[in-house]
Design a protein around this ligand. Structure first.
Ligand SMILES: *Cc1c(COP(=O)(O)O)cnc(C)c1O
Ligand code: SF4
Length: 358
């Protein structure tokens, strides 16, 4: 395998110079990177190679800044899923009794244009210091209801192996923390970071590790990504995926079908398909819940059940995630339901019993 080219673009003008923003008047949004972090690396660039217009490419669209981001709609929010009301100490979000988010990094390997935490991630943001980590671990230790800790950010896998090892071994010493989950874009967006050292750290964790990779399109699965996933699996991680439903990227049943089939082929179980959040300046990515349901209905029953994620919405204001899929069963009365099959035909449940003659 060829050695990765060391490239990283962090501004609109960098990208323009590299020919990644064809036909764009970069002056119109030159300073966008001052507001939202820009980050495109060699892995993303390789995935784009050969496309006529990177701005219309399903991977390019995820990372290349667009003047459309300057458009702010009244319903858009700086903290779209309501992390702040549920943050008892810095870096912790405790919304559900048995699990917490531990945001140990505020930087990412790349920056997604639709990011739901775009106002909180990036190089200019408030860092998570050693003291912050102590306070966050103290909270977890003092809260026996916490069964699972979810490392997120930013991206936890951009941290050094030593830092990660330190956090995992600290969690390992808290007896009520039985499971560690890691949410990361790194295996897909920067697979070279999945080194033997990182894998050894994950392997030596005393708790089951569930790694949820963030991926939106099958085109993101390069040979390097396949290698990284195989290494993570060999390190004993259980692999899941989450995707965001995005206009112009994957708002199409055929696109999601091929993504989910590829993932299952790589031992990654599709976990969540997120309805896009109301993050500021992301209106050009948004689809309706009706469209999302239609897409999921097109897949239900036609795609193996193991390929299908839950389609979820994170309710703005901090009310949590719920499935918003089409409901196939409607309660009529007296415990009787009408249930729809995958072809749209309706059936009673329990079935009507024909009255016997006489
Ligand atoms: C998404 C989220 C979780 C994880 O939810 P699951 O449904 O278990 O995947 C936990 N805490 C917070 C605050 C979240 O936003
Ligand atoms: S990797 Fe996650 S946190 Fe980082 S920019 Fe993308 S969506 Fe946001």
């Amino acid at each position: 395998m060829s050695v990765a080219k060391k490239t990283r673009y962090t501004s609109v003008s960098d990208l323009k110079q590299a020919g990644l923003l064809p036909g764009c008047d970069s002056h119109a949004y030159e300073d966008l990177a001052g507001r939202y972090a820009v980050g495109v690396n060699a892995q993303v660039e390789r995935t784009l190679a050969g496309t006529d217009n990177p701005l219309l490419d399903p991977v390019g669209r995820q990372y290349l800044p667009s003047p459309e981001e300057l458009k702010v709609l009244p319903e858009e929010l700086g903290d779209p899923i309501g992390d702040l009301p549920h943050s008892p100490v810095k870096g912790i979000v405790h919304r559900y009794p048995d699990r917490v988010l531990l945001k140990i990094s505020n930087i990412c390997a790349v920056y997604c244009r639709y990011c739901f935490r775009r106002e909180m991630v990036g190089p200019g943001q408030d860092v998570f210091s050693d003291d912050d980590l102590e306070a966050a671990l103290g909270y977890i230790e003092a809260t026996p209801a916490i069964w699972e800790v979810i490392l997120t950010g930013g991206d936890p896998l951009v941290l050094s192996a030593r830092r990660l090892e330190d956090v995992l071994s600290r969690l390992n010493r808290i007896s009520h923390v039985q499971v560690v989950r890691i949410h990361s874009r790194v295996p897909v967006a920067d697979p070279q970071r999945i080194t033997d050292t990182i894998c050894n750290v994950l392997k030596s964790s005393g708790r089951p590790i569930y790694l949820v990779i963030h991926i939106n399109h099958a085109q993101e699965i390069t040979p390097e990504v396949e290698v990284a996933l195989a290494q993570l699996r060999a390190a004993g991680c259980s692999l899941l995926s989450q995707s965001v439903l995005l206009k112009g990227v994957n708002d199409d049943p055929a696109v999601l079908e091929s993504l989910f089939r590829r993932l299952i082929g790589l031992h990654v179980k599709p976990y969540y398909l997120h309805h896009p959040d109301l993050a500021v300046g992301t209106g050009h990515f948004r689809v309706t819940i009706e469209r999302g349901r239609e897409i999921m209905r097109a897949l239900q029953g036609r795609l193996s059940g193991i390929c299908l994620p839950r389609y979820v919405l994170d309710i703005p204001g901090g009310y949590g995630k719920v499935p918003v899929e089409h409901s196939y069963a409607v309660l009529l009365d007296e415990g009787r339901y009408v249930v729809e099959d995958i072809d749209g035909n309706l059936h009673f449940y329990p079935p009507r019993v024909e009255a016997a003659d006489g």
